[in-house]
Ligand binder design. Structure first.
Ligand SMILES: [Fe+2]
Length: 257
């Protein structure tokens, strides 16, 4: 397989861009229409672009006819409510697939580790075209919350922890990393997540916005990491047994939205 990729993501698989210069009016995300869509943790989603312009979040490959995560259709009732968010999603000037605001309720580090998953951004993607990655813009000020990225689902030594203050912008190859957010707040976290097609245009956007592939990982207590490691295995085994009792062989978690 030879997809067109972005050189900026080759080294570490992520870049952190310069933060947003000015705050966004919370009415842009609070006024959107949300649908219940469980992914990593207790979540709801407000789509800005979807498979056919409907307010729903299903993967484009689950629809008829199926297609890869490209050519999302903007939803007028949502984009009118959120013009700044729409502009941010379109700003890179590349093809956009799914675009939505995610609302995540507070959780624990152990929850996040159990929730680690790889995105399925490139199902049905055609060889020779651009690899789909994701941009994140953190909307709420979640300075104590962390995006967790792991090269290896079960190896904490491969973990990178990135803080999420308001206006944090990143581009991440979320199909490469096992990832989830540890949200330590007392109110929901809101983030704009957009599927973007890799290539020279995305590289230009990353360069214009001072993208860096190296950010210091936030240290946390090793005892917390070890506790979460044990809990991760315990919960996976518990789930496997529950599925087994129903005659189902459990597949690794892949995000369905
Ligand atoms: Fe994800």
């Amino acid at each position: 397989m030879s997809f067109i990729t972005s050189a900026a993501l080759a080294e570490t698989g992520y870049v952190v861009l310069s933060p947003l210069a000015s705050p966004i009016d919370p009415a842009e995300w609070l006024g959107l229409e949300y649908v219940g869509w469980r992914s990593s943790g207790v979540t709801r989603f407000a789509p800005l672009a979807s498979y056919a312009g409907e307010i729903e979040c299903n993967g484009f490959w689950n629809q008829t006819p199926p297609r890869t995560d490209k050519d999302g259709v903007w939803i007028a009732s949502q984009t009118e409510q959120a013009p700044t968010l729409t502009r941010l999603a379109q700003e890179p000037g590349v093809n956009v697939g799914r675009c939505r605001v995610i609302e995540l309720q507070p959780n624990t580090y152990a929850d996040a580790i159990y929730n680690l998953h790889q995105d399925d951004n490139n199902r049905l993607n055609e060889d020779g075209t651009g690899w789909v990655v994701r941009s994140y813009v953190n909307l709420t000020d979640d300075s104590d919350s962390l995006l967790i990225l792991r090269e290896d689902r079960f190896d904490p030594a491969t973990e990178q922890r990135l803080p999420l203050p308001a206006g944090t912008r990143m581009v991440v190859d979320t199909q490469r990393f096992w990832h989830a957010v540890w949200h330590r707040g007392s109110t929901p976290r809101y983030s704009l997540i957009t599927s973007l097609t890799s290539g020279p245009e995305l590289d230009a956007y990353i360069a214009e916005n001072d993208g860096t592939p190296h950010v210091e990982s936030v240290p946390i207590d090793p005892a917390l990491i070890e506790g979460a490691r044990l809990e991760q295995h315990r919960r996976i085994e518990e789930r496997r047994r529950a599925f087994e009792a129903q005659g189902i062989v459990m597949e690794p978690p892949v995000e369905l939205y």
